[in-house]
Design a protein around this ligand. Structure first.
Ligand code: URP
Ligand code: ZN
Ligand code: ZN
Length: 468
């Protein structure tokens, strides 16, 4: 049985910051104890590997609860495979991803899930789980939800957007929520009024407004707020909890805050792109704005303060990436002359932990809140805690040694995601991942990738552990 000791670092979890040594045996954390006591000196003497973390943070690996490897969208596929995307995640200090398996219309949940297992099997450098996208709510798929929950696929994404693709009407949404209320499945909602948006898309294109920035204008903040409000009311009627994905508009956040003030089990996730980027990026000339096309869309800068406040007040609980990369060349370019044909999504799985550390440096959030929104709460929300998301006896040794003083500049030249641009090109970050362990095994060692495709295991999940 292999033994690793991490010595001399500051162990940061959502709950505590303690100077402690960490003992790992057979891939799990077995103990934390005061640094350089006689007791921990004994650990080091008998260890196979001792990692010196003096002056560094020792943090739980990030849990990114929203990725789309190889997602089919707009006639093309997201450019990261499970192999390239999970490796890039590890480079950025994320040790678990939860990706979205897709049910296609006319097909079963089982077929969709099997397809996603086949894509990910033996490919991942880090552990992974699945949510299920419900694109076709009917008697059979509702029954299948029960089976999937039993198997560890315990969350289901529904879309109020993308009519004709993933869209569900209110009746279907209500039925899925009722089923989730009964079987413990958590309903995740893409909350945008897609029917109204499609009218605005048609009108914009007819008027010659074809550039990427119109993607943001037609996907009006009020149509995110309206859908968020409607989703909350439907969840209330169904008696089900609700998790709203990729919240970007202040008005939508206000709907979540109102619901939470009433004591409802309503949760919200935002993403780094909404915290750090804005409609200014969407308006970049020469079609560069297409690099920032995602849904919900980037908002005017003024929304950012509300999102940061929401993260501090816990009206937003999770920051995930919604990693869904499309290359500029040949993919984003599909929408030249028609913004509605630009595949929706941004790369970011590698950047989340660093960007959120920068938010610590900038004073938006505390160090413990960094770990809470990026690791502990996503693990609790999606039934992985305390195996993932913390450093405690019994937890998987998914651990990052993070250098809080290193300086780096984000760039497509140096990133590891399989995409030809960075949404954060040139951004200076204080802090950098140094070493990453996944179940005790080094994946990144002193800024070198030493992991392998297939180390990452499929991880069935329990039901939501975050309910009031
Ligand atoms: O633009 C996005 N978010 N693309 C991925 C699909 C989704 O709606 O999450
Ligand atoms: Zn979505
Ligand atoms: Zn998504």
């Amino acid at each position: 049985m292999s033994r690793t000791v991490i010595r001399g670092g500051l162990v940061i979890t959502a709950a505590d910051e303690v100077h402690a040594d960490v003992l790992i045996e057979a891939g799990r954390v077995v103990a934390l104890a005061a640094h350089d006591s006689e007791f921990t000196a004994g650990w080091s003497a008998s260890a196979d590997r001792v990692i010196d973390a003096a002056g560094k943070y020792v943090i739980p690996g990030g849990v990114d609860a929203h990725t789309h490897m190889e997602l089919p969208f707009g006639g093309t596929f997201a450019s990261d495979t499970f192999e390239t995307g999970s490796r890039a995640a590890a480079w950025g200090g994320t040790t678990t991803i939860i990706d979205f398996a897709v049910q296609s219309v006319g097909h079963s949940l089982r077929e969709g899930l099997d397809t996603w297992h086949a894509k990910a099997d033996a490919q991942c450098a880090i552990d992974y789980g699945f949510h299920m996208i419900l694109a076709d709510v009917n008697e059979d798929s509702l029954k299948e939800m029960d089976v999937l929950v039993e198997e560890g696929v315990t969350s289901f994404k529904l879309f109020m957007a993308y009519p004709g693709v993933f869209y569900s009407d209110d009746g279907k949404i209500l039925r899925a929520m009722q089923r989730g209320a009964a079987n413990g499945g958590l309903i995740m909602m893409h909350a945008e009024n897609g029917i109204a948006i499609d009218v605005l898309v048609e009108q914009a294109l007819a008027a010659g407004r074809t550039a990427p920035r119109y993607h943001g204008e037609v996907r009006h903040a009020l149509l995110e707020a309206e859908a968020t409000h409607r989703a909350i009311k439907l969840a209330q009627v169904a008696g089900s909890p609700l998790y709203v994905v990729h919240v970007s508009a202040e008005e939508a956040l206000a709907e979540l805050a109102t619901a939470r003030d009433k004591g409802l089990n309503v949760f919200g996730e935002t993403c780094p792109q909404y915290l750090f980027l804005s409609t200014d990026n969407l308006a970049e000339p020469d079609f560069e704005g297409s690099k920032y096309v995602c849904s919900t869309p980037l908002r005017p800068k003024e929304h950012q303060a509300a999102l940061w406040r929401g993260l501090r007040t816990n009206d937003l609980q999770v920051v995930s990436t919604d990693h869904c990369p499309f290359c500029f060349s040949g993919q984003k370019e599909l929408g030249r002359g028609d913004f509605s044909k630009i595949p929706n999504g941004l790369p970011g799985v590698e950047n989340r932990m660093d960007l959120l550390h920068q938010a610590v440096v900038d004073g938006h959030i505390s160090r413990r809140r960094w770990i809470e929104i990026a690791a502990a709460t996503p693990a609790r929300m999606f039934g992985l805690y305390p195996r993932k998301g913390t450093i405690a006896p019994g937890a998987d040794a998914d651990i990052v040694i993070y250098d809080p003083h290193a300086e780096q500049v984000i760039s497509a030249e140096t990133h590891h995601m399989n995409v030809d641009y960075s949404a954060y090109e040139g951004k200076r970050i204080t802090g950098q991942v140094e070493t990453v362990l996944s179940r005790g095994e080094p994946v990144i060692d002193g800024k070198t990738f030493v992991g392998r495709a297939g180390h990452g295991q499929y991880t069935p999940r329990g039901t939501c552990q975050y309910l009031i």
